[in-house]
Ligand binder design. Structure first.
Ligand code: UD1
Length: 339
């Protein structure tokens, strides 16, 4: 059984990826400091898969903790890195915290991998590296633009680190550039656990429908889009999780075209904020209280992925519709309220 270290594996995307990995026969070791989640997620992964992942509460940004983890698990064959702070606004306020945490984790993990000759590394990256696209749909070869916030910068910087290490054959890496992951596992046992007031659209919608928030603000309806609201490429988190299994398989089977590769992970379809609300209302049977508000600073107008390269090379494609995503996000919110 191939043992894979999943950093941040108790988080939103990490937990869903752990489920998919276990269902494909991998042994998963989760390393998570539980800063933005809780250990109950591990129990729920076990409920879904009937397999309990190995779990270690570790802060990988601390070099000694990272080294000790690898010491305890000499049989790790690959790493999928989700461990990172991820709130864009907070990263503007606390840049040092973001650079230190998100970069030190990667440097420490790569260092331990290099010492032990472990090569395979999958990185959680983001379409934020493209900024406002010049052409749509956006391909992996599009120019990268300076990030507006430290969070986005850390994603770009980690890609640069991987690129430089790959040139020296220190690592075989794949960076998956996610578009907008939403939804939850259909079991409603794992999903997103936003801390405080959500920044992202989907948890804000479900919390508003649940009565936790009074009203959703739609940030701007004067964009150059068919209904005036911003367009994004929303992808079901289970589809996204499966892309990691495909990337890992490519690494383990030595199928890479270069030692550092990037792939767009989206559906290839763009939906507006109002279309997401409509889908949510249809799937939940609830009317959503929302109003049109000012634009949010730093938002890009529209972006969606060209997924042909990732579909072809990874043998993976997103299968679930926007209605599947909003349905599962709502089921998860209902589960949270019952528990
Ligand atoms: C945001 C981050 C992005 C990050 C991603 C992580 C910004 C500018 N971008 O992406 O870097 O990788 O989260 O998931 O913060 N919206 C509303 N009302 C709300 C919330 C959102 O109308 O209360 C709109 C936004 O204007 C946007 C869309 O919904 O058009 C999606 O927003 P969000 O879920 O925050 O994702 P992004 O901004 O695309």
């Amino acid at each position: 059984m191939t043992k894979i270290l999943v950093t941040g594996g108790a988080g939103f995307i990490g937990s869903h990826t752990t489920v998919e990995l276990q269902q494909q026969g991998y042994t998963v070791l989760i390393a998570d400091n539980l800063s933005n989640t809780n250990a109950g997620v591990v129990d729920n992964i076990e409920k879904i898969t009937s397999i309990r992942p190995l779990f270690e509460k570790v802060d990988l940004s601390v070099q000694t903790e990272c080294a000790a983890l690898f010491e305890r698990h000499p049989d790790i064959e690959g790493v999928i890195n989700f461990a990172a702070h991820k709130a864009v606004g907070e990263s503007v306020e606390k840049p040092l915290m973001y650079y230190r945490n998100n970069l030190c984790i990667v440097l420490n993990v790569l260092n331990e991998m290099q010492r032990r000759g472990i090569k395979n590394f999958v990185q959680s990256s983001s379409c934020t590296v493209y900024g406002e696209p010049d052409q749509l749909p956006i391909t992996e070869t599009a120019p990268l633009k300076p990030a507006l916030a430290p969070y986005g910068n850390t994603k770009k910087m980690v890609e640069d680190i991987l690129q430089d290490c790959a040139k020296q054959d220190l690592v075989h890496a794949i960076a998956l550039r996610y578009f907008n992951p939403i939804g939850a596992h259909p079991s409603a046992l794992i999903g997103e656990l936003p801390n405080g007031v959500p920044n992202n659209l989907m948890p804000f919608i479900t919390q508003t429908a649940a009565g936790i928030r009074e009203q959703l603000s739609v940030f701007g309806n004067d964009y150059n889009t068919p209904d005036g609201t911003c367009i994004r490429d929303y992808i079901h988190v289970v589809d996204l999780a499966k892309s990691h299994v495909a990337a890992l398989r490519r690494l383990l089977q030595n199928e890479q075209k270069a030692h550092f590769e990037t792939f767009n992970i989206g559906t290839g379809n763009g939906f507006s904020v109002l279309q997401v609300i409509q889908s949510f209302e249809k799937m939940s049977g609830r009317k959503l209280n929302y109003r049109i508000a000012d634009r949010r600073e730093g938002d890009i107008e529209k972006i969606w992925a060209d997924t042909s390269y990732s579909n072809h090379e990874l043998g993976w494609h997103a299968e679930q519709s926007l209605d599947d995503m909003t349905r599962d996000a709502w089921r998860w919110q209902l589960h949270l309220m019952e528990s």
